[in-house]
Design a binder for this molecule. Structure first.
Ligand code: DGY
Length: 296
């Protein structure tokens, strides 16, 4: 069975895949008849791309989020889609806490302050005074596997944890009004696209912090940039709406900590994601049910 990949993936499990062709561009410059498995990460797979892979049977998506894969279009053509859930929760939760700490304690600004030779008096300046995590309120939007891991860590820091999800918790608007720190842990779907709208961003308290390790398009990014430029709130953003394009105005703002979509990027987690991805491809090769098929 011919397998094509948009890139190689780290960890020993990768070597278990037979005959992988590395694509030099995505979408491919010409149709690829005979390719039955596409292994990809964060690329768009829609009708146009599927037309170029007429014999495809599986899109194996590296990552838990598969919002760039048009699952309905795949289904129409009998193409299965798999993802890599369950192995990256701790890594994403760790980065979420890192961003919370970085924002609430001005860590990146402090680093710049020292490197730029501005540390001239014994104690640092009032603008570097942070806020305690202990006693503050974290509002989680989404309380699945990753949200729960974030909650566990935040509680260890003494934060009061509230959440909103479709089935329980606080109404979203009330959560946004109440929390000192709001962190997003929902997948990007038609329902969550723009969920944190301009109006909802305005509900955040002055001095609140928004953390996004989920997907940029969950937030109205233009409105977020305006709120951040006003200095009213701060943000820790591992994801943006149109990666890798970074809104120019964010680059000079001291109240934003940026990361290039690295929440799952640890050696251990990325190897574990490769293991899950490879297990799905091998299941297809053996004619077995896919352990992580996604349906919508
Ligand atoms: C995920 O697993 O969805 C990460 O964001 C990587 O895309």
């Amino acid at each position: 069975m011919a397998i094509a990949a948009t890139q190689t993936f780290p960890g020993p499990a990768w070597e278990e895949l037979p005959d992988v062709t590395l694509l030099d561009s995505w979408p491919p410059a010409a149709p690829l008849p005979g390719v039955e498995v596409l292994v990809e990460a964060v690329v768009a797979v829609g009708p146009g791309e599927l037309d170029l892979l007429p014999d495809l049977r599986l899109v194996a998506n590296y990552g838990v989020g598969y919002d760039r894969v048009d699952v309905a279009a795949c289904r129409e053509r009998g193409v299965a889609v798999s993802n890599t859930p369950g192995v990256l929760d701790a890594a994403v939760a760790d980065l979420t806490l890192a961003l919370i700490l970085a924002c609430r304690r001005h860590l990146v600004e402090s680093d710049r302050f020292v490197r730029e030779g501005r540390w001239r008096r014994g104690w640092a300046r009032p603008e570097l005074l942070g806020r305690d995590l202990a006693g503050s309120t974290l509002g989680l939007v989404g309380m699945g596997r990753i949200g729960s891991e974030v909650a566990r860590r935040a509680e260890a820091f003494g934060m009061r944890v509230l959440h909103h999800r479709r089935t329980d918790g606080l109404p979203l608007d009330e959560l946004l009004r109440t929390a000192d720190v709001v962190s997003l842990h929902v997948p990007l779907t038609p329902e969550t696209q723009g969920l944190v709208s301009r109006e909802r961003l305005a509900l955040l308290q002055d001095g609140a912090t928004l953390i996004n390790t989920a997907r940029g398009a969950i937030v109205d990014e233009d409105a977020l940039v305006e709120e951040l430029a006003s200095g009213r709130i701060s943000a820790g953003l591992d994801v943006l709406a149109d990666e890798p394009r970074v809104p120019e105005r964010l680059l000079d703002l001291p109240n934003v900590v940026l990361a290039p979509h690295i929440a799952s990027a640890t050696v251990e987690t990325r190897a574990a994601m490769t293991r899950v991805l490879v297990d799905n491809v091998l299941a297809l090769l053996r004619g077995e049910p896919l352990p992580n098929e996604v349906f919508a």
